[in-house]
Design a protein around this ligand. Structure first.
Ligand code: PEP
Ligand code: MN
Length: 349
């Protein structure tokens, strides 16, 4: 249920209503709008009738049910879009179209530094790179682990780029938090509920990728775990789903962008690298993502894709990435988005 406060309700009125909500066994989640405050009552839906009686309290306008099953991720409690501020050079949401670029996996000092310098020069907002890699085969390269995190810190020190790296399990959370500005939850972990709960208190934004067989509703229900556990900074990511099609690695579901925008205030990114699996399809789909309303892209870039230890076939060379940044400029202008480091949204933040 949502308790909508009157426009002129006092702080005491609000405090009193929160007290009553908590006394009924619910968690009160206050949203501060421009004109008025609303309070989400989180808990067992069976107590709806009791909550309705809060309508009698001073300062309360009305009490209405939250219709969607993802109460914090949905638009009813928070209609205006959320902007996740990562650094003065990286804001995700609003007018900003954020570009996160880098290799699938951190492989060596030379590889990550060379990539970081190039993507920074081309205008990327953040550097991606996996230190812990979820691989289908146990015999494949699993990532450099802690050494990979050290190399990411080095790249950040030199370029100032925010770091995006994957967190595979909650037992290494403390270690990854120290090196990451955004914690990436991979497709395979979208429904790892103990991990999602742990990320509630991570104190860093979470980039939640859609599972390869997950519906849009399931993605939002997973985001809800992180939000309900206390972390408001969740960024969603469409990265392609499994279909009968074999010409591409996955089917990049761009329908998901307007469908998510209609259901949630959370920013939405697109991953055209995993979404296609083919480097030459990446730029067209990145541009499509920008045109259809995504808040940014996360794209794989490697100085020598033919030598990459993972996902070389879908990685852009450094010059191809720079070309893509240029090709996106007129599209960004046409759809009213800011592209590049230190864009208006970041500087305001
Ligand atoms: C990745 O970003 O390298 C990755 C493993 O992505 P996904 O979880 O979407 O497969
Ligand atoms: Mn990859």
């Amino acid at each position: 249920m949502i308790v909508v406060m009157r426009a002129g309700a006092s702080d005491q009125d609000l405090a009193h209503v929160i007290e009553k909500i908590e006394a009924l066994g619910y968690r009160a989640h206050v949203m501060y709008g421009v004109e008025r405050k609303v309070i989400g009552c989180l808990g067992d839906e069976r107590g709806k009738a009791q909550l309705q009686s809060l309508e009698l309290l001073r300062g309360v306008e009305n009490v209405v049910p939250i219709l969607s099953p993802y109460k914090l991720a949905g638009c009813q409690l928070k209609p205006e879009p959320s902007i996740v501020t990562v650094s003065s050079e990286c804001a995700i949401g609003g007018r900003s179209f954020a570009v996160i670029a880098g290799p699938c996996a951190v492989e060596s000092e030379e590889q990550i530094l060379q990539t970081a310098r190039a993507v920074a020069a081309a205008g990327a907002n953040a550097l991606r790179g996996g230190a812990f890699k979820p691989r289908s085969s146990t015999y494949s390269f699993q990532g450099l682990g802690e050494e990979g995190l050290r190399l990411l810190r080095l790249a950040k020190e030199e370029t100032g780029l925010a770091i995006v790296t994957e967190i595979m399990d909650r037992y290494v959370l403390d270690q990854v938090i120290e090196s990451a500005d955004i914690l990436q939850v991979g497709a395979r972990n979208m429904q790892n509920f103990p991990l999602l709960n742990a990320l509630g208190s991570a104190g860093k934004p979470v980039l939640l990728k859609r599972g390869m067989s997950a519906t849009i509703e399931e993605l939002l229900l997973s985001a809800e775990y992180i939000l309900a556990a206390g972390n408001p900074d969740v960024i969603l990511c469409e990265r392609g789903i499994r279909t009968f099609e074999t010409a591409t690695r996955n089917t990049l579901d761009l329908n998901a962008i307007p469908a998510l925008k209609a259901r949630t205030h959370l920013p939405v990114l697109v991953d055209p690298s995993h979404g296609t699996g083919v480097w030459s399809y990446v730029a067209p789909m990145a541009k499509a993502a920008l045109a259809c309303g995504a808040d940014g892209i996360i794209v794989e870039v490697h100085p020598r894709p033919e030598e990459a230890l993972s996902d070389g076939a879908q990685s852009l060379k450094l010059d191809k990435f720079a070309a893509l940044m240029n090709e996106m400029k007129p599209i960004a202008e046409a759809v009213g988005r800011n592209l590049g480091r230190r864009n208006a949204e970041c500087v305001r933040a």
